[in-house]
Design a protein around this ligand. Sequence first.
Ligand code: AMP
Length: 402
Amino acid sequence: MPRKNDILNKLTIQDLPIKGKRVFIRADFNVPIDDNLVITDDRRIRSTIPTINYAIDEGAKVILASHLGRPKGKVDPRYSLAPVARRLQRLLNKEVIFAPDCIGSQVESMVSRMKDGDVMLLENLRYHIEEEKNDPSFAKALAKLADYFVNDAFGASHRAHASIVGIPKFLPSAAGFLMKKEIEYLKGSVEDPVRPFVAILGGSKVSGKIGVLGNLVDKVDKVIVGGGMAYTFIKALDFEIGDSLVELDMIELAKEIMSNLKKKGVKFYLPVDCVIAQEITPGTETKIVTTQEIPKGWKALDIGPASVKLFSEAIQNAKTIIWNGPMGVFEIDAFSRGTTAVAHAVADAYAMTIVGGGDTDYAVHKAGVSDAITFISTGGGASLQLLEGKELPGISALTDKT
Ligand code: AMP
């Protein structure tokens, strides 16, 4: 039986005879764009460049497509991919033809005029409601543009949308280089880790990470939990947590997870102190207290210095680290120190370090240590789903190697 998310069983772009052929590359160009339509972070675009350059060098006609934001099936200039076309042009140092739509006779005739090595970017897939509905005739209209399909949109591969799972029903379909790398790192780290293997989880909600914790119980040596989600665990241990974030419906599950971790001999770390405030606003009064002493009316918004020391020591001898989710409300300077300190500890560890999730990625860059991280995933939801041990629809849909 084929194993879940097993990229080794799937075709990759290098298996396709793309010379002189039309190749439809689904990318994840869902980048932040400000009010002046300037791209403020182009890392997702840069990550797909190796796949695009390979296709150009092989002499393919390269047709790129992506979603951007949530235009909800309507044409909305705020979500146009035009700024992405301009940025791509600079990054590739070559003309990028920009199509005004992603399907239809005008686009088809533009594609028919493409020469080998030409690059075209289609307009936002989500201008058509059929994309998110995985409509078969929309997928067929997209597939009509090309001879081969390549999925390099790891960040969108947990979604069963037309451009992810629909097109592969009509065309031979392969993984791009970014997709392959993402799966190899995220799956490899969990399935065959060099030990000690430490997982660091943070962010606001236990509910968002509970699947990951459940899947990792059998695999990790240590689990560190920080961020808002830690206080549900602390409450489950019968401590008062003031007005800190809590998910009361997760308390029983939190108890179960802690008991499972204990049974498996996995070391489990929670914050021992925290930075508290009454308001989540910059400039508000803050205090550092132990986790047992959070007063009513106060919220724990970052881990404190003793927790930073505890977590850093737990990370120090790790050989594999995965980290997803900030340790506090890192968007506000007063509550960002814990996340920054953990970023430094992860970067300093002599380990394979894998960071996932948009916030954690941002925190690592803000701390200036991104170059010291082995792999930063481009997909938040997709990386969590992979760490939960779930199948990614976008990978299953690719053509099996024979
Ligand atoms: P998530 O999307 O679940 O990974 O959560 C990320 C968000 O969690 C960030 O926007 C943080 O501001 C927030 N967060 C982290 N720690 C806390 C905390 N102690 N209390 C409230 N929000 C938090």
